[in-house]
Design a binder for this molecule. Structure first.
Ligand code: 23J
Ligand code: MN
Length: 263
């Protein structure tokens, strides 16, 4: 099949609904859950603000528009390699320089929802990934690997989403070894439904925040606060995850979409 034919078939499948566009994005506004770092570790990202410039009124009679106060790492968002000290010297490591082909790729979805239903601190291990590969085949190089936990269902409440107690936040994520294993497979990046690519307890791991550390050390990318991964097949969806072209940006909120064959 020629690539012209592939695009033409894709257009037909989109028009007929044989391929669905699934929204993997959380609402972005003042109520969007944001990470809370302990003050002794560092400063926090500000609460999102949306301010009207005009609304068909004396400030602009025929138009409405807003300005935003918005941290780069807010809501459903992309982590660029420059976000972490381990990735600060890579070429093309910022939102405006990452090759755009990396924003489109096949997704492998590892369903951890059964485990996370009973364990808020669940960590996906290399054995867990290997069990997925036994069923669905090897993780192909150039793919996005997404951890399904159904955590997005907590997104309407920051307290439930962050799930913190006096010992800190409790949310699932990968082990350091899992990220190593996936990088060796040649993945584009790693995405989760939680507030960050790392587990809630990852500040206490060695190294701290291993998903951030190892992904970005290898010039790979992260996706956080994804939604609706339960609407994706384990394999066979295409992800479209393009961050804003922020100059020297370390990350960006985005509209995460998946092209999914309807069975
Ligand atoms: C800054 C410091 C630690 C973390 C994060 C940001 C994120 O999760 C993020 O949004 O990249 S863990
Ligand atoms: Mn981030």
């Amino acid at each position: 099949m020629t690539s012209t034919q592939v695009i033409s078939d894709l257009a037909s499948a989109l028009a007929s609904g044989a391929i669905e566009v699934v929204d993997l994005t959380a609402p972005l506004g003042p109520d969007t859950p944001l990470i809370k770092l302990p003050p002794q570790i560092g400063k926090n990202t500000p609460t999102i603000e949306i301010h009207p410039i005009s609304k068909y009124d004396q400030d602009g009679p025929f138009w409405a528009w807003n300005w935003l106060k918005l941290g780069e790492h807010s809501g459903t968002h992309f982590d660029a390699p420059v976000h972490w000290i381990s990735g600060k010297n890579h070429p093309n490591n910022t939102t405006d320089t990452i090759p755009v082909k990396n924003f489109v790729g096949p997704a492998c979805v590892i369903d951890c929802s059964a485990e996370t239903a009973s364990n808020d601190d669940f960590l996906l291990t290399v054995d867990g990934v290997k069990a997925w590969e036994k069923k669905h085949g090897d993780i192909p190089s150039g793919s996005w690997v997404l951890m399904r936990t159904d955590w997005y269902k907590r997104n309407d409440s920051e307290a439930k989403f962050l799930n913190a107690d006096d010992k800190g936040p409790h949310s699932p994520g990968p082990t350091a070894e899992t990220i190593h294993y996936l990088i060796a497979k040649g993945i584009l990046g790693w995405g989760t439904e939680c507030i960050g690519t790392d587990a809630g307890c990852a500040g206490g791991m060695d190294p701290p925040f291993p998903a951030h550390n190892f992904l970005h050390k290898n010039n790979r990318y992260g996706l956080a606060s994804l939604c609706q991964l339960d609407k994706l097949p384990p394999k066979g969806a295409i992800l479209i995850v393009a961050p804003l072209k922020i100059v020297k940006g370390t990350g960006s909120p985005l509209r995460a979409l998946a092209l999914v064959p309807k069975h």
